[in-house]
Design a protein around this ligand. Structure first.
Ligand SMILES: [Fe+2]
Ligand SMILES: [Fe+2]
Length: 418
């Protein structure tokens, strides 16, 4: 229904039919009453059309972006968000080149890396489409935030001088971008504490400390090159037999599956911490609206990652890195007993946040919330630190980290003003 129809229908129902008419149960000629109401309403509609259209115009005007200058704090918040989105855009672009949809809804034709895409599809048949769409989102976030900063007289963020990392040379990559990456997906330590944290009833903002259910250490999340994972590799489905050459590419795809969720849970915590410091209502709206999409991303990837550690796929071991990338069955009691894990904190389909302590451990009931949302644990500096520990910036010079920390510190120090 378009806006005009909506206004007309409101005019005839809410404005012209009295509450008595709506509630009166006496039998009546529906057509006559409707016609009488309509005729009676014509005068009212005629009288109210102008104010209604004026109201619409006022609303449309109110929906125009503001044009004034940002407070320093708001600019700092958006600048760090832009930095984070440029980082996300770079890593998602790499994932998209190798594992994205062959025929995306928008964007260029994508050949991809055939065994990598098949291994990703062992997690979910729709993985390539999800990757492409997540990438679109990040590109839009970065472009929007920088455009908004510029249009409000604030300095946008440009990381082009740091696009010098080697990246993958495997079939599927954009050859023009080899050696021009901002992020490093070739050697990751993926922090999996989020997996346990969201299944727990405790909250890191109130002191709880979490450990992931297993480790992913020194593992690529994209194919390195065609020697390591030949593009002709056969990838069985739905499971990979032990000793199969496909174990390597499946371990890489599984790492990606968990890395997707790791990145997006970071954004899930980051945006609320930034929003809490916003002064302008419009900046608050930007942070809440983009932040909501990061939560959407996290929830999706949380679900997909679980498929790497449940049947029929569970049990993959990277033959090149068996101590760093082994994906256990997190629903199997015997496996859990061997790893000293509790099903409550590992069950793979428990992807929605468990109610947990919030604001207070004692005086308030548990509440299902995003966590952490403290500056110390989920803020800008914490985000830079956790992405750095992930290995995402391996190879970047000191000046990259200095710039990141400068933006992050400014964002964390922003304060809401009235
Ligand atoms: Fe984003
Ligand atoms: Fe994101």
């Amino acid at each position: 229904m378009n806006k005009k129809e909506n206004v007309s229908s409101k005019g005839l129902t809410e404005t012209n039919v009295s509450s008595q008419e709506l509630q009166d149960p006496a039998p009546r000629d529906h057509v006559t009453v409707g016609r009488r109401s309509f005729i009676r309403g014509l005068g009212i509609v005629g009288a109210t059309l102008l104010p209604a259209s004026a109201l619409l115009m006022r609303q449309a005007k109110a929906q125009q972006p503001s044009s004034g200058r940002l407070t320093r704090g708001d600019a700092d918040l958006l600048r760090f968000a832009a930095w984070a989105e440029l980082v996300e855009s770079d890593l998602w672009t790499q994932y998209n080149e190798l594992g994205g949809a062959t025929k995306p809804n928008d964007g260029p034709f994508n050949v991809g890396n055939p065994p990598y895409k098949l291994a990703l599809q062992n997690l979910d048949g729709d993985m390539p489409q999800y990757i492409t769409d997540n990438n679109d989102d990040e590109l839009s976030h970065a472009a929007f935030l920088n455009a908004y900063l510029s249009s409000h007289g604030a300095e946008p963020v440009n990381l082009d001088q740091f696009r010098n990392l080697p990246g993958s040379t495997a079939t599927g990559v954009d050859k023009k971008k080899i050696g021009k990456r901002l992020t490093n997906l070739l050697n990751l330590n993926v922090d999996l504490s989020w997996y346990t944290r969201y299944r727990s009833e405790e909250n890191p903002d109130l002191g709880a400390i979490f450990k992931g259910p297993f480790n992913i250490l020194n593992e690529p999340a994209i194919p390195l090159n065609d020697s390591d994972t030949p593009p002709t590799t056969v990838v069985p489905s739905p499971s990979i037999p032990a000793g199969s050459p496909a174990q390597r590419i499946q371990a890489i795809a599984n790492t990606a599956g968990f890395h997707f969720a790791f990145i997006e849970q970071g954004g899930t915590s980051l945006y609320p911490t930034l929003a809490l410091k916003a002064t302008s209502e419009e900046v608050l709206r930007i942070l809440l609206s983009i932040g909501g999409v990061e939560i959407d991303h996290f929830s999706l990837w949380h679900d997909k990652a679980g498929n790497a550690v449940s049947q029929p796929l569970a049990g993959v071991i990277d033959p090149e890195n068996p101590s760093g990338a082994t994906f256990p069955d997190l629903n199997d009691p015997a496996t859990l007993a061997r790893l000293n894990l509790q099903l409550e904190l590992t069950q793979t389909n428990k992807i929605l946040p468990e109610p947990c302590d919030f604001l207070s451990r004692e005086s308030l009931p548990p509440c299902s919330v995003i966590r952490p949302t403290s500056t110390a644990l989920g803020g800008a500096v914490a985000t830079v630190q956790s992405f750095t520990a992930d290995g995402l910036f391996n190879g970047q010079p000191d000046s990259f980290f200095a710039f990141a920390m400068q933006l992050a510190t400014a964002a964390d120090n922003a304060r809401r003003q009235f």
